[in-house]
Design a protein around this ligand. Structure first.
Ligand code: NAP
Length: 287
């Protein structure tokens, strides 16, 4: 049994909490900004009702064994407030977010050695009533090693595939290639079908080539076929498939533009690599 806190109980936090619930092994705390009367997650295997304590004020937080952070990347400072109490006795902190800067975002709040960056793939959304609908399987990737092993152990008995990878950096940059090109959906306000357009396909390949160049300079092992693989992935999706950046733009919510495209521009500058297509995407979306 472990004491596990989930900080940020939206789509991904909801799925993580339901996986923990189905292990039947943990004491779960849900850390939210607004009071949560109940958490119900509709999964492909049935509906899970999460039994957990709910806290809404970081000052109420007591020490736990594990913290799973699942806020949007731009809410790291607010999530960090929770860590002061939750991680005061040395809890491990899994950062389940997009991007390649999991450690950098949380290093101001917790010992970098205790941070476990996680890449997650899961089609999931949170409905207006606060319930969560998981539409497909959940897979996660973490760096192999003692903390990665402990993280996987937390979910033993639940329906999730957790891969311990020998090169997490490459896994995160590989996912960034997909996410960076996803800016095209938010720019055009069109779902996945837009990638069938020939010129849009070339634009996607150009954006991904920038990610590959910067990722390699950062130490990721990305081969030349990544761009085509990502394009094929988008072209293979249902034409009406909406990614989270487009969903956020359509709903008038803030977007994770910096974590998905801005990072390529920022790191590109440090390596002297030009990233004009990602810069354009950031500039237009932020404007
Ligand atoms: N959704 C997906 O399919 C998916 C797939 C792969 C990766 N991801 C990544 O996973 C991460 C989480 O995304 P998501 O889709 O789960 O986002 P989300 O549905 O917007 O959930 C984020 C939650 O964090 C909460 N939050 C923000 N600041 C907080 C604070 N200070 N204290 C407590 N809670 C706080 C928000 O609360 P409010 O309700 O008050 O706003 C919201 O409930 C992102 O990096 C995303 O890119 C998502």
């Amino acid at each position: 049994m472990a004491r596990v806190a989930v900080v940020g109980v939206g789509a991904i936090g909801g799925v993580l909490a339901s996986l923990l619930e189905t292990t039947g092994s943990h004491e779960i705390t849900l850390c939210t900004r607004r009071e949560m009367e109940a958490l119900t997650v509709k999964t492909p295997d049935g509906v899970v009702s999460v039994r957990a304590r709910n806290l809404t004020d970081p000052k109420q937080a007591n020490a736990v064994d594990w913290v799973l952070v699942a806020t949007k990347t731009y809410d790291a400072a607010g999530a960090g407030e929770w860590l002061r109490g939750l991680a005061k006795d040395g809890a491990s902190v899994a950062v389940v977010q997009n991007g390649v800067e999991h450690r950098e975002r949380f290093a101001p709040y917790v010992d970098a050695e205790r941070i476990v960056p996680v890449v997650i793939d899961c089609p999931v959304e949170r409905l207006a009533d606060g319930s969560v609908v998981q539409r497909g399987k959940v897979t996660m990737k973490v760096q192999e090693g003692p903390l990665g092993g402990e993280f996987r152990e937390l979910f033993k008995g639940s329906k999730v595939e957790i891969e311990l990878v020998d090169d997490f950096k490459t896994a995160a940059w590989r996912k960034l290639c997909t996410n960076a090109a996803g800016a095209i959906n938010a720019l055009t306000m069109k779902p996945a079908g837009v990638f069938h357009d020939e010129a849009v396909g070339r634009l996607a390949l150009g954006m991904i080539a920038e990610v590959v160049a910067v990722g390699r300079a950062e130490g990721a092992r990305l081969d030349d076929s990544v761009g085509q693989q990502v394009l094929d992935l988008y072209r293979g999706q249902p034409a009406d498939s909406v990614n989270s950046l487009l969903a956020d733009r359509m709903a008038g919510r803030r977007m994770e533009t910096d974590a998905r495209n801005g990072v390529i521009v920022r790191l590109g500058e440090t390596h002297g690599i030009a990233t004009p297509l990602n810069w354009m995407a950031v500039t237009v979306l932020e404007a």
